[in-house]
Design a protein around this ligand. Structure first.
Ligand SMILES: NC(=O)c1ccc[n+]([C@@H]2O[C@H](COP(=O)([O-])OP(=O)(O)OC[C@H]3O[C@@H](n4cnc5c(N)ncnc54)[C@H](OP(=O)(O)O)[C@@H]3O)[C@@H](O)[C@H]2O)c1
Length: 258
């Protein structure tokens, strides 16, 4: 799919990877619909300056079903070609030290809201015989570490959801792209260290959101269904997929225990 002139809805576009992607899309002359928690006139001006054809903000809190319904009601009259389910939260630490309220909230944002938005977008896109749903998973979906129980479960759910949906959509003109994202230097990346490092050595390698945004655009334009990392993380992903016992041995060396 050529990205130019497309109408792109992005959740969590005010910072991190979502912002990097919004800026990269703006430079490619697109219409942007930003689902973010607070209106931001400076962000609108910045994206228009970069080349966005139009920028609309829909104030959205994805932490409840009603919040997502409100977003859908506001976005439904608009033409949408791409939905990027990007917003996400991190939970972590030993399971018994995580708070159940935080876990419920994270699952709502990372999984339920993503399914609810896809449920709406799929109907709309099939009717127009065109569209793409981008779902934000993570290497955590496959590379399993202590301290990542709940977050990893959410990202595994996203990958499975995306893969099943891709098959359902064959022949409709609508497709999915699942991002199996490695470490990207964002606020969430910094939170990983705070939440996990008491119990496990945390990998420090990362790339910038702007650099990653270009990879996402290239994956859209070449109609990939999955964007997986290369390099050391890519090798780790392959190890975790095909040689789980070797991967787990490495993980056990990094685990500091309770
Ligand atoms: N960074 C990494 O290394 C990495 C690796 C793998 C996958 N990912 C995934 O990448 C996605 C983006 O994360 P990031 O690294 O860019 O993190 P980030 O900088 O922390 O950004 C998270 C975004 O999600 C939004 N969000 C969180 N809760 C929300 C809610 N209840 N309603 C609406 N928006 C909400 C945040 O909005 P507010 O500013 O309003 O809080 C923010 O825009 C996430 O799905 C994450 O799991 C990241």
């Amino acid at each position: 799919m050529n990205i130019e002139n497309q109408n792109i809805l992005i959740t969590g576009a005010n910072r991190g990877i979502g912002l990097g992607f919004a800026k990269a899309c703006a430079k490619r002359k697109t219409n942007l619909i930003l689902a973010i928690r607070k209106n931001d006139d400076e962000l609108i001006a910045e994206l228009k300056n970069l080349g966005a054809l139009s920028v609309v903000i829909i104030e959205s809190d994805l932490s409840s079903r009603v919040g997502v319904e409100n977003l859908i009601t506001a976005a439904d009259p608009l033409k949408i070609d791409i939905v990027f389910n990007n917003a996400g939260m991190l939970t972590g630490g030993l399971l018994d030290e995580q708070k159940m309220d935080d876990i419920y909230q994270m699952l709502q944002v990372n999984v339920n809201s993503l399914i609810q938005l896809s449920h709406w977008a799929v109907g709309k896109m099939i009717a127009q015989k065109h569209g793409k749903i981008i779902n934000h998973s993570s290497v955590s979906a496959v590379m399993h570490f202590p301290c990542a129980t709940t977050y990893a479960a959410s990202k595994a759910a996203v990958w499975a959801f995306s893969a099943c949906l891709e098959q359902e959509l064959k022949g409709t003109g609508v497709s999915t792209l699942c991002l199996v994202t490695p470490g990207i230097k964002t606020r969430m990346f910094d939170e990983i260290d705070k939440l996990y490092s008491k119990n496990i050595e945390v990998p420090k390698d990362s790339i910038s959101p702007d650099e990653y945004a270009l990879k996402i655009i290239s994956a859209i334009e070449s109609d990939q269904t999955t964007l997986s990392p290369g390099g050391v993380t890519g090798a780790g992903l392959k190890l975790a997929t095909h040689l789980r016992s070797v991967f787990n041995f490495g993980v056990s060396k990094a685990f500091k225990g309770r």
